[in-house]
Design a binder for this molecule. Sequence first.
Ligand SMILES: Cc1ncc(C[n+]2csc(CCOP(=O)(O)OP(=O)(O)O)c2C)c(N)n1
Length: 694
Amino acid sequence: MAEQAFADRAADADAPEPDFDWKRIAYLVQVSRAMDKLEEERLVPERKVLYQFSARGHDMAQVMLGSRLTHRRDATCGYYRSRPLLLSLGVPIEDALASGMGREGGYSDGRDIGVVFNYPNSGGAPALPMSGGVGAQYTPTAGWAQAIRYHRNVLGDRAYEGAIAVVLGGDASCATGGFWASLTIATTQKLPMLFYVEDNQYGISVPCTYQTPGADISKNLASFTGLAIFAGDGTEPAEAARLIDRAVAHVRAEGGPALLHLRVPRLQGHSFQDTQAYKPEEVVREEWLRDPLPKLKAHLLGLGVDEAEWDRIEAEAQSAVEEARAAAEARGVSRPENVLDHVFYEGEMQQLGGQWTKGYRAPPSHEEPKPEGQRINMVTAIRRTLDQELAINPRVLLFGEDIGPKGGVHAVTLGLQEKYGEGRVFDTSLNEEGIIGRAVGMALAGLMPVPEIQFRKYAEPATEQINDCGTMRWRTANRFAAPMVLRIPGGFFKCGDPWHSQTNEVQFVHNPGWLVAVPSNAEDAVGLLRAGLRGNDPVIFFEHRAMLDDSWARRPWPGDAYVLPFGRAKKTRSGDDITLVTWGAMVPRCEEAAKDVSADVIDLRTLVPWDREAVLESVRRTRRCLIVHEDLRTGGFGAEIAAVVADEAFLDLDAPVARVTMPDIPSPHNPVLLNWAVPSVERIRAKIDELVGF
Ligand SMILES: Cc1ncc(C[n+]2csc(CCOP(=O)(O)OP(=O)(O)O)c2C)c(N)n1
């Protein structure tokens, strides 16, 4: 297929040249060059720019590609070398320079590394928030591509007809998990996604032979079913024009993915600090011979532009950059206290991402349960809530491994695909980075994705996407957000093991931007899940395996409009001698252990935010605090609670703040070993007695 593409290229040489606005391309390439030069010669030496990545060599093809993203529902996601593309989408030069300098305003108000971009672009294709992680751009772009199809086919929005998602990556990024995850998604789902690989044959200093055998990704992907390949030279204007034009047209017309693989030279070091000492001199010389700028000039002269006009374009670009520099330098630095803003939605709407930006208004709700009917188990309660929100909100969609016809390995989604169809409830490829990254792209496109991770431990391949999703609102200074509800079953069940039974909820607490729900029973599960599905922030919804069908956790249905706000603990027993703080599967054990003691038992229900006031109020009265959790002891969330109690209620305490937890070991398989390790009623009771008798 790669050969095929090259053969096509030869045949294409006689085809009429596609229509590009060459003067605009020349102007933007000159702008990009002037910005690179300005940074290298002035702003970096003056320490006004701390990270600098030259786009020289990559610039022309990027600008050309950007000029083809003309559909209002297109989106793109690039990486740190993608500034020329952003310029062609309309990013103001001043913003681009000011962001590099970390000044106020711009992409991130000085929060995000200046070389990665985000651009909501109310007038055209947005640039989705880029990540500093190589390869992290791929799966969110696949999510946008799948959202295009969802908008068109499920929501019936014809405005998405012909839209595409375009991802940019270097040759080394082709070795990342994100690349392969998204390639699988885009080809198996036949999504309108264009992969643009800018192949400069190096990943910092590592030659491309380490990234893909034979250093030719399009050749290696030649037999990948469902992928059209367009490969060639990204420095020859006419050839690049044909390939870009055909690749974009193919994805728009076919609605299926394509790889655009262009060879470009990296004319500077990887970043300003990089001297390229590892590159043989002749390679550097040969690269400069392939500089697209003189070729672009020759191309324009061939089209009738004269030298004077070329010089005028160059001068115009330089003065625009100089003017933008002065304006950017005149900007201040945002106030340090403001850096605390926008971790979560605070009432000021983001520009792009999430159903709220698309006009969604949550239906009326009540915060007190209105119990009706027999008690139901947690599985039924979660399923019924999902069912109900699927029914009333067409933007809600569910996906994950085995959640379709099988109904999930925990049976939570049983029957939902049958009821709502494969468009809204569907199985995915086995790739957690793909599941969460795709959810990010879908959320950015205004949907409310509800991805399922099959077991807690298997969220780990998605760690990067989870972290990037959580930080998105903050690092884009509230320009973008990707609200979703990420359902994750975990914890022990009949037995344990290191993969299916861990809780490790504290890891999510360390990802800023995520709300974390840890319900212990059916009623709370309904209220918190509904709050998440109607909310405007990403939510980790932890479903404890042992509680899904536990009889203690069964509760009557709390009402079709019951919403439980996050951060409200519940006192499940009241007393005066000790406070037990717990959550999830440990709540019934604490209740049992405290049954003939005068104790407050506090079920936190959510860890982000957690109800400090409820805990402190109780501890100040009972003067004793015991924290019980299933997660490991060292660095568990109990350590945080203990520290806060010690900080804020020290003088009220009559006994040390104590914890009963799992020891710092993986979960053991044999039930005898497991039951010894997980906090038991007896262990909790013994600790209560010790503290009360202190
Ligand atoms: C996940 C991850 N690993 C490592 C890095 C450090 N790093 C930054 S750029 C880079 C090389 C990427 O090269 P390539 O994708 O070919 O793009 P190019 O810089 O050549 O345009 C590396 C290793 C990173 N940012 N992210």
